[in-house]
Design a protein around this ligand. Structure first.
Ligand code: SF4
Length: 469
């Protein structure tokens, strides 16, 4: 689980990050956004609407007339974090509106926090706005309340999340997202492209495509075709990715795909990733969750029967520089030592570049809770440690092999000592590693795409020097 960057959370922020402070008398809201990047996009949409209606945004509790808490309810630990954030907002501000995934369980929230003003579920933007209007009436001033063309972004200006669909048609046993967010609902491709184009025009250099199931994009729309730029665009992930990658030259834009399931048509994306003229990055964030077919069947994972090692080999044949990131669950009910060892052996073969690993946790409402043979905590912990040790060794060796390479990086931050924190094409923000440049960064600006030579590697990060471009 991630949350919005600490410096943009009223509960953690030392100072306001929004450029323009609220004017005197302007109705003002605070927002605490918990959960995954998808929830962050929802928060951005709510704030965009509120800004359009003339509300100011406060980065501290004291300056806000009310606070919206966008919650996460995926794991029990995330629920606890959400309840804690609601409690803090009530204590510090007193007027609190709750939305997001945990909003699907209003009684649960009200049992803990009866004083909240309103609860709405995920994506109920209109209901959130109604609750805000009731709590803090709007006071629009058409001469000053101009909505920025791209809306309000909680992420730094040079990268932006782009949500292409919502919900999921699968029923993985450990997951309650389909119950909370409903079945797959894709946005039409031309609407996604229009939003992406606006973001790129506003200076965004990296688009992070997100959804619950990116490979399934458009299935619910029967891959409909809509007019776009004098031609037509099909609501299919291959066509959408190609068009996103053509919005700007590959030297000026990065397009990164997240949450891609290993369906056979993913193969169509790989030649685009290998095309130097298309801005689609050679990067696949593909949640395998496990490698043993019996565990995958017990999890009821989509594409459980796919021969993933063969697929990975084929992807690498077409696009040798592809970076593969994945997440795994260890200690799922019924996982035997032999099945876990199969996963470790698979990792040796697959040589994934980046991995995350979760110890299985029961989630209220998940079907996996009722599966037999739950794995004891100490066994889960021991497997997690063995898995991470292997993943770390692979990551270290992969990074060491990059020393001496010339690559393009994006600048995320430059501190007061002139040290630039950057990322290579192999690194997504907030979940992967960094490349640091220690010297000669005068003249660099956040969001620049520059060329470096890698000169040092650690377990997860790289160091490099600027190369005259
Ligand atoms: S594919 Fe499975 S894990 Fe992913 S959102 Fe759908 S049900 Fe949940």
């Amino acid at each position: 689980m991630t949350s919005n960057p600490p410096d943009l959370r009223p509960d953690l922020a030392p100072k306001a990050q929004f450029g323009d402070s609220p004017r005197a008398g302007q109705p003002t809201l605070g927002m605490v956004s918990l959960g995954c990047p998808k929830a962050l996009v929802d928060s951005e949409r709510i704030l965009t609407r509120l800004r359009a209606e003339g509300y100011g945004i406060s980065a501290d509790y004291a300056g806000a007339d009310a606070v919206i808490v966008n919650t996460c309810g995926f794991l029990d630990s995330a629920k606890a974090e959400s309840l804690e954030a609601i409690g803090e907002a009530l204590k510090e501000n007193g007027k609190v509106i709750v939305t997001g995934c945990l909003g699907a369980e209003p009684e649960y929230i009200r049992d803990h926090h009866p004083r909240i003003l309103a609860v709405t579920g995920p994506h109920q933007y209109e209901q959130v706005l109604d609750a805000v209007h009731a709590a803090v009436p709007p006071s629009p001033d058409p001469f000053v309340d101009l909505l920025p063309a791209t809306g309000v972004s909680l992420t730094p200006r040079h990268f932006s999340y782009l949500k292409i669909s919502e919900g999921c048609n699968h029923k993985c046993k450990f997951c309650i997202i389909p119950d909370m967010r409903g079945r797959l609902a894709s946005r039409p491709a031309h609407a996604v492209l229009r939003e992406a184009e606006k973001l790129v025009d506003a200076g965004v250099r990296e688009l992070l495509v997100i959804s619950q199931d990116t490979s399934a994009y458009g299935l619910d729309r029967k891959y409909d075709v809509n007019p776009w730029k004098g031609g037509a665009i099909r609501s299919h992930i291959t066509d959408l990715s190609r068009a996103l990658g053509e919005l700007a030259p590959a030297s000026e834009l990065w397009v990164r795909l997240h949450y891609v399931y290993p369906y056979p048509h993913v193969r169509e994306l790989i030649p685009l990733m290998a095309d130097p003229d298309n801005a689609l990055l050679p990067y696949l964030d593909i949640p395998f969750q496990h490698a043993h077919p019996d565990v995958l069947k017990r999890m009821a994972r989509p594409a459980a029967a796919a021969k993933t090692l063969d697929e990975i080999r084929a992807w690498r044949d077409t696009c040798p520089e592809i970076t593969l990131r994945s997440t795994f669950i260890v200690g799922h009910p019924g996982e035997t030592e032999a099945e876990f060892q199969h996963l470790l052996d698979w990792m040796d073969e697959a040589q994934l570049d980046r991995v995350g690993c979760f110890k299985y946790e029961n989630v209220a409402g998940a079907r996996s809770n009722d599966l037999p043979d739950h794995v004891p905590e100490e066994v889960k912990q021991e497997r997690w440690e063995r898995f991470m040790e292997k993943a770390q060794a692979i990551s270290e060796a992969k990074l060491a092999a990059k020393v001496g390479q010339i690559c393009q990086v994006i600048v995320d931050d430059i501190d007061e000592d002139g040290i630039a924190t950057c990322r290579t094409k192999a690194d997504a923000p907030e979940i992967d590693g960094n490349l640091f440049i220690d010297e000669g960064t005068e003249g660099l600006t956040v969001g620049d795409l520059v060329t470096v030579e890698v000169d040092e590697a650690g377990e997860y990060d790289l160091w490099g020097a600027l190369v005259a471009g």
